[in-house]
Write a protein that binds this ligand. Structure first.
Ligand code: MN
Length: 144
């Protein structure tokens, strides 16, 4: 699985593009921020939806990785608020969904997210999805 995945993912440099990483889980945050930084992205981190909205307003990112299950303000509400701000409406959002929450993937897309990743997520998959969405590519067909 890991071997196949590394073969199919062609990762290129993020070239300093700014990613806002919204994730309350410290372990995930460290891993995702680490791999994105490794590939040349500039990463800012928020630990809840309210902080994400404030950070995005203060310094608009090129793309947002949005965990949906967050304290204070969840990812659904943060996405809704971000999409109501004219200067931020075009910023793509990739939802990070929990495998247990069936239907969250379709719901994320319906809510205006441009992509989603279902946990557990391999670090390289995060980079590949950011790369795909920034390139404006169509998503791969759903597996299973
Ligand atoms: Mn969470």
């Amino acid at each position: 699985m890991a071997e196949n995945e590394s073969k199919e993912l062609t990762l290129t440099s993020g070239a300093g593009r700014r990613v806002l990483l919204v994730e309350d889980n410290l372990h995930n945050r460290r891993i995702f921020a680490g791999v994105l930084t490794h590939y040349g992205y500039e990463v800012r981190e928020a630990v809840n939806g309210a902080e994400a909205v404030e950070l995005a307003k203060a310094s608009p990112p090129d793309i947002i990785l949005m965990d949906l299950s967050l304290p204070v303000m969840d990812g659904w509400e943060a996405t809704r608020q971000l999409k109501e701000i004219p200067e931020l409406r075009q910023v793509p959002i990739i939802a990070l969904t929990a495998h247990a929450m069936a239907g969250d993937d379709e719901r994320a897309l319906a809510s205006g997210c441009d992509g989603y990743l279902t946990k557990p997520i391999s670090p390289k998959r995060v980079v590949a999805e950011v790369q795909r969405v920034l390139a404006g590519l169509t998503p791969p067909p759903r597996e299973g």
